[in-house]
Design a protein around this ligand. Structure first.
Ligand code: PMP
Length: 439
């Protein structure tokens, strides 16, 4: 810490100057906020001197863990030459070339500063390209904090409407009705019902937005049947298909879309591709991405951003991604398989109602006896929520940090040893919270 303050002292100071004590609600859980002193590789030490294996990785953003040597060296060099200019840099061009080379679906790419902005740019691009107002999204799916993207992941089940026909519910108080009026909400992995809903808005839908392994829906992968049906519907009805791979891009060299057998028109990226720095990007078909450029119809979608494509992020991202090639992706995914199998064993041994979901290098623990299939099933009951808070705290006490939803994202410095330590911590923690899960 800068001053040698303890976590407890920092919490008190933070509460006086930051609403709720934080700048991102993601950090809150039932226990006290923890303050980090430093991180290296997959280890983090807090200001009170406690060490953790970091399975949260800044909510799945770090693929090489903390303070990765090649990134530190490249960024240090760039820092000495300036951080952001009113001119373009070669670092941007080089990184764009690299990312476009990873997927045939990425013909052009536009950089922004966050996943939120990437999703926003994608929705606006789809509207500008099609001239239509509505966006279809899956119920419960998280896509950042743009008004439209936030719709239908609220915490009041009584507002959600029928499962077959979910209502577009605003997340934030004060959201104007114009936002929800222009959102169409689909049930996850139910192609037939989704198509019936889409058909009712046939001529108004600009794009269908899908996260292929949606975290908030429980981290169950999207089915090939569902993505194929969405692609087919979009093609027949003049709409676009957009994948949000802000988190999932880590699971395939060219993202999860490689394995889904369909090519999206647009893909939002973020997190991992920034090499530890704030980032977002929208990649996609040349014809659609042309809305961002001057053309015969003028500039259809102006999009500025003071720090977009700054050379620090571009350098860090390029190094991180260049050193996460097909072999590393496959290796980390195998470690993910090992982790899911081992955690399932830990759950059996602890004899509690829990299960593990996920894919590739992502996993999520649920305090439910079977994997949820959609948002309504994934949404934790009051009892499960309380128990999850206790589980996260118990894991912290055993030197393991998870994302506070019970999710983990692996990083390349990890091996089976770290997974084994995770599993023994999960086992001990589940046993310790068992009374909270009993009726
Ligand atoms: N989309 C998805 C799938 C995400 O998981 C997130 C962040 N958790 C976002 C978009 C928003 O990204 P950011 O926090 O960088 O704005």
């Amino acid at each position: 810490a800068i001053s040698g303050a303890t976590g407890a002292m920092l919490i008190e100071r933070a509460k006086k100057v930051l609403p709720g004590g934080v700048s991102r609600n993601t950090l809150l859980y039932d226990g006290p906020l923890r303050y980090v002193r430093h991180g290296k590789g997959c280890k983090v030490v807090d200001v009170d001197g406690r060490e953790y294996i970091d399975f949260a990785n800044n909510v799945a953003a770090h693929i090489h863990g903390h303070a990765y040597g090649p990134i530190v060296r490249a960024v240090t060099d760039q820092l000495q030459r300036g951080t952001a200019f009113t001119m373009a840099t070669e670092a941007e061009v080089r990184f764009a070339e690299h990312l476009c080379s990873r997927s045939a679906a990425f013909e052009k790419i536009r950089f922004v500063n966050s996943g939120t902005e990437a999703v926003m740019a994608g929705m606006k691009a789809a509207r500008a390209y099609t001239g239509r107002p509505k966006i279809a999204k899956v119920e419960g799916s998280y896509h950042g904090t743009y008004d439209f993207a936030e719709v239908s992941q609220g915490s009041r089940p009584e507002d959600w409407g029928e499962a077959d026909h979910p209502v577009a519910v605003p997340l934030a108080e004060g959201t104007p009705p114009a936002v929800t009026d222009n959102m169409v909400v689909l049930p996850f992995n139910d192609a037939e019902k989704a198509i019936a809903i889409l058909d009712a808005h046939r001529h108004e839908i600009a794009c269908i937005l899908v996260d292929p392994v949606p975290h908030r829906i429980g981290m169950m992968p999207v089915s090939r049947t569902f993505t194929k049906a969405m692609r087919h519907w979009a093609d027949r009805n003049g709409a676009l298909l957009m994948f949000d791979e802000v988190i999932t891009f880590r699971n395939g060299y060219g993202g999860v879309q490689e394995d889904l057998g369909v090519r999206p028109d647009l893909t939002s990226l973020g997190k991992m591709i920034g090499g530890g720095f704030p980032v977002g990007a929208l990649a996609g078909r040349d014809e659609v991405m042309a809305v961002f450029a001057q053309g015969e119809k003028g500039l259809r979608l102006p999009l500025a951003g003071t720090f977009s494509a700054n050379p620090v992020t571009m350098t860090a991202g390029f190094v991180a991604m260049s050193l996460f090639g097909p072999e590393s992706v496959a290796q980390l995914n195998r470690l993910g398989d090992y982790a899911r199998i081992s955690i399932a064993e830990a759950i059996r041994a602890a004899d509690v109602p829990a299960c593990v979901c996920g894919a590739g290098s992502l996993l999520r623990l649920h305090l439910k006896d079977k994997p949820p299939r959609n948002y309504r099933e994934a949404y934790p009951s009051a009892k499960e929520k309380k128990a999850m808070g206790a589980l996260i705290a118990a894991l912290y006490d055993r030197g393991v940090m998870l994302i506070h939803t019970g999710s983990a994202a692996l990083s390349t410095p990890m091996g089976r040893d770290e997974i084994d330590r995770l599993c023994s911590a999960v086992h001990g923690s589940l046993v310790s919270i068992r009374p909270l899960l009993e009726d």
